[in-house]
Design a protein around this ligand. Structure first.
Ligand code: HEC
Length: 192
C-alpha cells in the first residue's frame, strides 16, 4: 500500500470511531454529574439533620449574630424596595406638633405594649419576642426614611412580631405615628 492509501484508510477509521469516542466522553460526563448530585444530596441531608437536632422552638434565646445580620439586611432591602411606590403624601394642612400629639396617643394604644412607652422596647412582651421588638429611639430604627416607617407601620414585618396596622389605622393616623416615632429619636437618652 502506498502511504497515501494508508492515510486515507486511517482517516476512514477515525471517522468510524468518532461517535463512539464522543459517547464515551458523554458517559463520563453523566457519571460525573451523578456523583456531584449524590455528594450534594448527602451534604444537604446532613445539614438538615444537624439543623433539626440543634433547632429549638424557644424564644428565650435572642437570635444569633449571623441570623440577625442576615435578617436585618433582608428586612432593609425589602422595606426600601417596597416603600418606593404607593406611599400617600402626609396631610399638608396639619401642623407637626398636633400630628405628633395624636401619634403619641395612638402609640400608647397600638405600640407601647411591645416597644415600651418611651420606645425603648423594655416591656416584658417586647423584650422576649423573637426577634426582639426594636428600640425605636435607636440610630438603627431612626435611620429609616419617613416613607419606610410609614410602609413598616402599615404593612408590618413578616416572620416577626411586628403587626400590620393598615387595616386598623387610617393613612392619616399612620403619618401621625410616623411623626411620633421620629420625635422619639430626637429625645436625649438615659432618661434625660
Ligand atoms: C406585638 C408587638 C408589636 C407591636 C404591637 C408593634 N410592634 Fe413594631 N416591631 C415589633 C417587633 C418584634 C419588631 C422587630 C421586627 C424585626 O426585627 O424584624 C418591630 C419593628 C418595628 C419597626 C422597624 C424597626 C427596625 O429596625 O426594623 C418599627 C418602625 C416599628 N416596629 C414601629 C411600630 C409602631 C409605630 C407600632 C404601633 C403602631 C408598632 N411597631 C407595634 C413588635 C411590635
Amino acid at each position: 500500500m502506498s502511504p497515501s492509501i494508508v492515510l486515507q484508510e486511517l482517516q476512514v477509521e477515525r471517522k468510524r470511531a468518532g461517535p463512539a469516542l464522543i459517547s464515551l466522553r458523554g458517559d463520563h460526563a453523566s457519571a460525573y454529574r451523578l456523583w456531584v448530585v449524590v455528594v450534594l444530596a448527602v451534604i444537604a441531608i446532613s445539614l438538615v439533620a444537624v439543623f433539626l437536632t440543634r433547632f429549638r422552638l424557644s424564644a428565650i434565646e435572642a437570635p444569633g449574630r449571623l441570623e440577625t445580620s442576615v435578617a436585618n439586611r433582608g428586612k432593609r432591602f425589602f422595606i426600601e424596595r417596597a416603600s418606593r411606590q404607593g406611599i400617600p403624601p402626609p396631610p399638608k394642612d396639619k401642623d407637626r406638633k398636633s400630628s405628633i400629639a395624636q401619634g403619641d396617643m395612638l402609640y400608647g394604644i397600638d405600640c407601647s405594649m411591645c416597644h415600651g412607652r418611651d420606645g425603648r422596647a423594655t416591656t416584658d412582651m417586647g423584650r422576649w419576642m423573637y426577634p426582639r421588638a426594636v428600640d425605636l429611639t435607636s440610630a438603627e430604627a431612626q435611620s429609616y426614611s419617613d416613607r419606610e416607617l410609614f410602609w413598616t407601620i402599615k404593612n408590618g414585618i413578616r416572620f416577626s412580631g411586628m403587626p400590620a396596622f393598615g387595616k386598623v389605622e387610617s393613612d392619616e393616623n399612620i403619618w401621625n405615628l410616623v411623626n411620633f416615632v421620629r420625635s422619639l429619636g430626637a429625645k436625649p437618652k438615659n432618661g434625660g
